[in-house]
Write a protein that binds this ligand. Sequence first.
Ligand code: C2E
Ligand code: MG
Ligand code: MG
Length: 720
Amino acid sequence: MNELNLTPTGEPGRIHGIDALTGLPGREGLLRRVNELQADSQAALICIDLDQLSALNETLGLSAGDVLLVEAAHRIAKYAKSEDYLVRYGGDKFGLLLTSQTVPSQIEQIATALIEALRHPYLIAGREVYLGASIGLAFQQSHAVAHESPDGPQLQYSLLRHAEAALARAKLTSRGSWISYAPDMNRNFSGRLNLESELYQAIELHQFLVYYQPKASCKTGEISGFEALIRWQHPEKGVILPSEFIPTLENTGLIERVGAWVLRAACQQLKDWDAFDFERLKMAVNVSLRQLNDPLFPELVATILADTGLTADRLELELTESMLMHDVIRTESQLFRLKKIGVKLSIDDFGTGYSSLAYLKRLPIDTVKVDRAFVQDITTDPDDASITRAIISMAHSLKMAVVAEGIETDAQLSTLINQHCDMVQGYFIGKPMPSHDALALLQSGWVLAASTLGRPAKTRTLLLVDDEDSILSALKRLLRREGYRILSANSGAQGLEILAANDVDVIVSDQRMPNMTGEEFLRRTKDLYPETMRLVLSGYADMESITNAINQGAIYKFMSKPWDEQLLRECIAEAFRHKEMSDENHRLTAEVASKNQELLFKNQTLARLLDEQSHQSVVGLAALSASQETLHWIPVPIVGVDSEGLIVLRNAAFAELNFQSDIASLLLPKLPAWPNGSAHQFELIDANGAGWRVVGRHLVTQKQHRGTVFAFLSINDRHE
Ligand code: C2E
Ligand code: MG
Ligand code: MG
């Protein structure tokens, strides 16, 4: 059983519970403080939500959002006294716990002033940005106390719950203003808020688990991997399914933390199973939109892989079709960053969204998971059957593998195998199960029945056709020890029926039979089953028609009755060998064709990569010349010397300085030798007697010393 590790560093962007961006404590800190309040304390909580922050992030980028958050934190902090407590407890949410101001009218004044302060324009990247804020207020004494008795441990959350309920009401009814909590608000919001606080508790109390659902290969029948699926082991309600809590985890942003934990637990689990020789297995993990959009997500994946020692190609990240269509530009670049790490990517619930095929083609997707909705009625609804067939063939032509989800019956499985689906997942193979059951399943050597896979072991199959039973019996006796599977028919018509139901390699037919002659039967066989080897065994020969049949390829050999036993046995064995060689030829031809197709695809990918690279170097050059120009006009003197000590760069401000001696030999000895890449500071007085603080840094790329850059900061006071 996996448990959630609640080290505060597990939360991206937070170090020991402190928000790395603003330096403020988070939700845990707030809860702790609220919990410490006396039930009759006069405290009040102000919950602040910045309106439209996500829209700003979308349009100006995440760094603009970061600048704004820091500025907003400063503006709010101005209203906090030393006894008060300010937190950032969500992406765009701040909480201000006031213990110094206690009169409701004062607190309402603060709320009004905060709304005003946050409404002032923010200067971001040289432009003014306007953003409103909504506020919810709650007072400890008047509201929280009322909830004290019945629900014991839940009490600590009530002040926060009330302030959040008021905030939700403010956002809903009067954005950009504040609302104070009123008891009737809880009726609308308490269900959701209860779940939220229960989920916080679930994290703290390690109540999340990962279940594993097996996937089987349609080629080998073996388990090829698992999908990790989260479960909530609720102390009273038992195991709760993700559909009940994932949306709330997503809304609160908790999904990033819980999702990171699932990812780590699943990778570690797969690695642990390697001890039992299951290195062939892969692990699929679901990723939510919020995780995918986190710029640090690829780094998180790489770190988890490194920590657990799992190779990247054994991890498959499942992204739903609708996620991929959400913000195509951002998604595309994130997918390429993930792909660079080497992980596999798959589209989950495929067919339920409205993806554009042209768009999907551009994405580095390895696998398509056909949604359960199409599999359910695949054996009864011809539309569903053609949809799955179309998805499978489309995916294959794009070099993607296909997993069908939700297989519950043998018939659904056979249909999908016939449609050349690559992998199957569903209750028929196995339900999601705890890790120890998954290991037991693996160790039991479970495989899909060969009959379901539609590939009984290949045995040499011989069909004997003769209207005389005695001849059939004599031939069977003769060939009994050869190990063939022998089928027999008394007429050409019966022979054709047997051929329709069986995979026959060699046919030995009599020539003279009522209704259909042997020669006619073999002509038809040639058209229907051209790969079969066809022999005639006859006491009678109409030379002309036999010769024609041989010349047209309907007959491979003609042998006469009575037969030489040894010769007949050898002749039939040789026919089987011929057949096997021709089968192998077909297989190789198909393989060559598929390899050629693969090569073509790789060449196309290579061409695209080269295109991308040349585009990137154009962008890189443009960025370089822009930064050189900026450097030139920057008012701080800057000089760069190469590894030989020659000046290779100096900006306008540096040119104005009047240094008499060789600047490189003056500056370089002040720095440690080059393997040290960190910045060093020293002081210097120029020929005019001006004092400078010089910051110097060696530039090292790919372990080579490329030169040294010095920036000069004026100390202002002159050294006489
Ligand atoms: P999904 O990724 O499409 O997972 C497959 C769901 O189908 C699972 O539901 C699984 O139990 C169910 N299923 C599999 N085979 C069958 C079958 O034969 N019949 C039926 N009726 N159902 C079958 P589950 O475990 O309830 O998960 C639901 C969804 O919750 C998942 O859908 C996934 O989108 C999400 N989810 C689960 N774990 C995580 C997680 O760790 N992170 C994120 N972001 N989402 C998760
Ligand atoms: Mg999934
Ligand atoms: Mg799915």
